[in-house]
Ligand binder design. Structure first.
Ligand SMILES: *Cc1c(COP(=O)(O)O)cnc(C)c1O
Length: 244
């Protein structure tokens, strides 16, 4: 897609998000995380120029390359890591300039490793935001912690990980649920897990994010309380995966 096409679709998506917020019974705010995986830095810059700040990548190597390429041009860019975490890549994620949030924490081990790694950085005065990824659809091929264990992991991060800031819950959800009409059970489960966490801790549910909704279902996700939608193909066009 051309720069102009992407900029136009950015504007359309932002308008659709604002309209959805006005009719949503479940949220009053929602940000766009532009998922740029497989897309070149020039298209990211095209969105940045139009005011977009949050971008998501799910491959560590792409995050490293693009964050380095854009470091000087886009100094206040906010990168979200949304891919599956591997222990041996945590250093690279933390070392990527502009890393803002890791959305895919699914166990205590990874939380601890991120905590240690981030505490070594000068930037550690600002904690690294992390989301607890929840496997709401209970599919083996989806990452995330079991629903019933999610509030406990959130509390572990808040209590034990001083360099991290627990910032909410994230789910991918099942393909079928995403393409069915009406209320999406994955979004409902994530919404309830945040409620449960809030009741258990006495914190306000609105103080943390709900990251749910992608290209095909972000408007429905906003109706169900999403505060952060992750949109890729609808913004940047379909992804092509070259054989390596
Ligand atoms: C790729 C990806 C997205 C964006 O998917 P689209 O359907 O292209 O919008 C969102 N979240 C995660 C975790 C992804 O890996």
């Amino acid at each position: 897609m051309s720069v102009e096409t992407v900029q136009r679709s950015l504007q359309n998506i932002l308008e659709a998000i604002s309209n959805a917020i006005t009719t949503s019974p479940a949220t009053k705010k929602c940000r766009l995380v532009a998922v740029s995986k497989t897309k070149p830095a020039e298209l990211i810059e095209a969105c940045y120029i139009k005011g977009q700040r949050h971008f998501g990548e799910n491959y560590v190597q792409e995050l490293e390359e693009k964050s380095a390429a854009l470091e000087s041009k886009a100094s206040d860019i906010r990168w979200h890591f949304i891919g599956q975490v591997q222990s041996n890549k945590i250093g690279k994620i933390c070392g990527s300039p502009g890393i803002w949030c890791v959305e895919t924490i699914e166990n205590e081990k990874h939380a601890r490793l991120f905590d240690t790694e981030w505490s070594k950085k000068e930037a550690a005065q600002t904690p690294l935001r992390v989301l607890v990824q929840v496997n709401t659809s209970e599919e083996d091929n989806k990452g995330g912690i079991e629903l019933s264990e999610a509030p406990k992991l959130a509390e572990f991060i808040r209590k034990e990980c001083r360099s991290l800031k627990f910032d909410g819950f994230m789910t991918i959800g099942s393909f079928d649920n995403s393409h069915a009409d009406g209320v999406n059970p994955d979004f409902e489960k994530l919404f309830r897990v945040r409620q449960q966490w809030a009741e258990q801790t006495g914190e306000s549910a609105d103080s943390v994010e709900l990251s749910m909704g992608m290209s095909d279902d972000f408007l429905q996700a906003i109706q169900q309380g999403s505060t952060s939608v992750r949109v890729g193909s609808k913004l940047f066009g379909a992804r092509e995966y070259k054989n390596k």
